[in-house]
Structures are given as structure tokens and as C-alpha cells.
Design a protein around this ligand. Sequence first.
Ligand code: XMP
Length: 322
Amino acid sequence: MAVQEITLQDLSTEAFIDEQVKAISEAVGDSLAVNALSGGVDSSVVTLLGHRALGDRLKTYFVENGLMRAGEPQRVAEIFQELGVHVEIVDAKDKFFAALAGVTDPEVKRDKGITEVFYKDVFAGLVRDCGAKTLLQGTIYTDVEETVAGIKRQHNILSQLGIDTEEAYGYKVVEPVIQLRKPAVRAVGKALGLPEELFARPPFPGPALATRVVGAVTPERIALVRAATTIVEGELCDSGAFQYMAILHEDRVTGIRDGKRDFGLQIEVRCWDSADAVTATPTDLPFDQLRRIADRIIAEVPGVVSVTYNIAPKPPSCIEVV
Ligand code: XMP
């Protein structure tokens, strides 16, 4: 069935919330459901809709895949605890790094390294262990559009690619915000009482920092891009931009350190102006600010000898590099 978009203009947040709460209750019936919360606005909205519909019959997990930003699992669990939702952090780091080992092709990374581990291994295990029959997830309209158009395989697209989740993974998937784009999801989040820290949060992809490492993903390379991400996010959080990020490249470049040749690492900084991620343009950041970011990355991230700023728009570029 084709998904019908609900535009921000046509959205009545209260009516949407009532409808989705009812739809979740009907889909899950008397059984249990699980959902994975990443702290992004999409999964946060689904968590609150699901808890309104199901209360304690929804088990919310934060999958610690080893690819998240510094302190993220604990901070997200804390915020939801304050909202009355218990979040269990599931340590799946080893499973993800094992699946990602040696994988360099971007689509294989997304498919075998992330999607398969998430759905076949981690979620299937959680569903089995707690006896749930349904997974609620925060797929949004843009995810479907890009995957179906063949631009990028978003990690959370399943039925639109012909995957029967009950057959493949042993559970049904319900996607309450699939008709919305990001601005509409934010509006629903605000109406549900999410704190601004979450409903206004820049988007962050499900495959997390794995989409910010070109080439092989290892715990060491993730640690490098995580450190650069902390710097970029700290420096750009007041920029008003749609999304900003640090990327670790695979190619090394010649530099000089302590008077000697150093074949070192390259970090690319991206900062985007966009309404809905479909098209985007690089933010016109002041050069002083870019220089401060570069100085900090060079000083604080070991081995970096080059920092660049992306100035190509989407399209033909994409927001993420993988
Ligand atoms: P691209 O890179 O396709 O990104 O221009 C568009 C928007 O989608 C986010 N993104 C993802 N989100 N799973 C997600 O949940 C994914 O696999 C994924 N890939 C990209 C990206 O951060 C941007 O906001």
C-alpha cells in the first residue's frame, strides 16, 4: 500500500495523536510490543505515542550499538525516566562491530552491518525474550521516499522493500509516524510534551556514527569521529542550522607534525540548511568559526592533519556521507 503524506499544513496534532494511539492499541491488542528509542525525535515521538496507547505493555529499549555519540544512551534514558518512561539500555556493541568488521561498501554497511543486526538479531531476541509480537518504530515519510527511489537504503525501511517482517524476523512492525516529514514529527513531539532538547534536536541517523566513517568501521575509528562530533556539535549548536556533523575519511593525507612528515587523518565538517532533508545547502558559517572548529579538532582528535568544510549542496551531495 502506498504511503500517503500528511503535510505540516494539513496536520492537526491532537487528532493525529488520538488516531495513532487508537491504531497502536488495535494493532497490538492484548499483547506486548517493543520499541527502540535512540533519542532522535522520530523514535522519541513513537515512544510517547506507544506509552499512551499501551502503558507498561510497551517495553522501550535503547540499543547501545557502540556507534552513538558521547554519553548519549545514559542521557536519553534519564530524560525519559523524567517523563515516566523506563528505558532499558541493551548492550549490543560487540554484535554490531562484529557485523561491521571489514565492511567498506556503504550499502552493505547499512544492510548487513546495521539493518540485519538490528532486526534479525537484537530486536528478534528482545521480542522473543519478552513475548512481544510487535515492534513500533519511527520510520518517517522521507525515509520511505529515498529508499524507494533507490537513493539510499535507510536502515528502517522493510515492507516497502518487500520484506515480510513476520516471516523474516518473527514480529509485526507498526510505524505510527510514517506519513510525516521531520517538521510535522517535531510538531507532534511538542504536542505530546517532549522537552525541547528532544523535539528540536537536529536529526541523527539510526546507523549513527557508522554513517560518518568512510571505509571500515572499528571501535577506534568510531572513537575518533565521536570526539570530532562532540566538538562540531558544541561549536554549532547555536548556529540555527538543520544538521551538522563530523566525518572521518578513509584516505590519509600528508601533513607535518613535530617537524616530521605525518601521513595523517582527514576530518570533514558538514553543516546544512534545510527544511526537510530532501534538499539542503551548506550553511554560510563565518570563517573564524570554521577556523576555531579546525583548531580544536586538530588539537583534540589524535592523528588529524586535515579539516575540510563541505560546500556542495544536496543534490548531488547527500546529507550523510555513507
Ligand atoms: P541523506 O544522507 O540521505 O539524509 O541526505 C537525509 C536525512 O536522513 C538521515 N538519515 C537517516 N536516518 N536512518 C535514519 O534514521 C538512516 O539510515 C539514515 N540515513 C540518513 C540524515 O541524517 C538526514 O537527516
